[in-house]
Ligand binder design. Structure first.
Ligand code: NIG
Ligand code: FE
Length: 409
């Protein structure tokens, strides 16, 4: 099966197979009057004009903007229920961590996820994935962490794996059994951590249910020392390390991420200069989640300082029922541009190549180049600036995944 996309007004893409940091974050290739020739789901050639190939499918981009498909490198995709009942609490100023400490927040989603069947979780996540695809996400990450027991964590991870077969978005799984201390272990946190390390992690690794392990390193959740124990155990089993670090308070999360060379550190709202220096030293990708800052009414992470310090920045949604009930990566892109004061080209790299690198897929996707998967977006406009100038409306026109048209708006 082959395909030619021609009459592309502006083809804009970062270039390369590894994350871009510093000045390189904003350096993207722009080709006018471009074409992309695709064979069997892979980009074979990119050029200018219209080549004289006989192809099975031709798509006239009618002068529009074309970019790589978006990569959402941080989601909590599979969960039961929602948490709209927390809205009045949040509006009245009850802090996110207080709701959790009172047995709500993550723990209330844990109760709903334990109750839900795998079919129910699957249907719910499938509906979310459909919206994500229509908004241009062609690859995403999915974390577990709403089970906190063997059966439910496995149910979440199996759901994510199954979803790969049921719809076009490629899903990479992350095990996040260290998302909170479950209610039944409230007074025995060491026992829970022991159980995670000795019982749960080996099964996740053995059954190949996740590529990464993530820990919520936060005041009242897991300390930096506890996070280190869990992530070192995960690494010794072949899983990559990720870390929810400095989301609300700075307790050494970004310092730890650098020390253990985590593939990425997430949130980083409260990251200090020392934390940022440690990320740089450990070659850690900063996975920033501006829609969570918006939703929690928190400051925005110091993206420009991170880029200046030579840290590669990725932007993702954090889709989850508590701190970010939105899976629209375009919205996160807008928020990143205006609140981090990043240029459109820097944000594009953040949601494509750097995001792919944050989930270990930058050799396969995240740019428009020969040899990469044909994950391509045709936008309903002709310049990258327009994508960031408008907001609140889906600006993607056509989504192509692995060489097939999978969504049209
Ligand atoms: O990234 N901080 C921890 N995890 C999620 C929120 C999960 C929830 O509130 O359900 C986050 O913000
Ligand atoms: Fe998160």
């Amino acid at each position: 099966m082959d395909m030619l996309i021609f009459n592309i007004g502006a083809l804009v893409s970062p270039i390369g197979k590894t994350a871009k940091a510093g000045d390189a974050q904003g350096e993207v290739m722009t080709i006018s009057n471009a074409y992309i020739y695709i064979q069997d789901g892979v980009i074979v050639e990119i050029g200018q004009g219209k080549p004289d190939y006989k192809t099975q499918q031709e798509i006239d981009a009618e002068g529009r903007l074309v970019t790589p498909g978006l990569v959402d490198a941080h989601t909590h995709l599979v969960f039961g229920g929602w948490r709209e009942h927390e809205l009045p609490l949040k509006l009245s100023g009850v802090p996110y961590l207080d709701i959790l400490a009172q047995g709500g927040g993550i723990l209330s989603t844990v109760r709903a996820t334990r109750k839900a069947s795998q079919e129910e979780l699957q249907m719910k996540a499938l509906a979310a994935l459909k919206v994500m695809l229509a908004h241009g996400t062609t690859t995403c990450e999915a974390k577990s962490g709403y089970g906190l027991d063997m059966q439910t964590e496995l149910k979440q991870l199996r759901t994510a794996k199954e979803l790969n077969k049921l719809q076009p978005i490629s899903i990479v799984s992350t095990f996040m059994g260290a998302h909170a201390i479950p209610e039944e272990y409230q007074d025995r946190r060491d026992a829970y951590i022991q159980w995670l390390i000795q019982e749960m992690l080996p099964i996740v690794a053995d059954k190949k249910l996740a590529n990464f392990c993530d820990v919520f390193c936060e005041t009242g959740v897991f300390s930096a020392n506890e996070s280190k124990k869990i992530l070192c155990a995960a690494k010794s089993l072949g899983l990559g390390a990720k870390l929810h670090a400095d989301e609300i308070t700075s307790i050494g999360g970004s310092e730890l991420a650098g020390e253990i060379s985590a593939i990425s550190a997430e949130h980083l709202i409260a990251a200090t200069d020392e934390g940022i220096a440690s990320l740089k030293k450990g070659n850690v990708i900063a996975c920033l989640l501006p829609a969570t800052s918006f939703y929690l009414g928190k400051p925005y992470a110091r993206a420009a300082d991170m880029i200046k310090a030579g840290v590669a920045v990725c932007v993702a949604t954090d889709f989850n029922p508590g701190s970010c009930p939105s899976n629209n990566l375009q919205l996160a892109m807008n928020l990143a541009c205006w609140n981090y004061r990043l240029l459109p080209s820097q944000v594009l790299t953040a949601v494509t190549l750097n995001a792919a690198a944050a989930i270990g897929l930058s050799r396969e996707t995240g740019t428009l180049e020969a040899g990469k998967r044909a994950d391509v977006l045709i936008w309903n406009c002709d310049s990258l600036d327009y994508v960031f100038y408008r907001f609140g409306e889906n600006l993607v026109k056509t989504v192509i995944k692995d060489g097939y048209i999978v969504a049209k708006n």
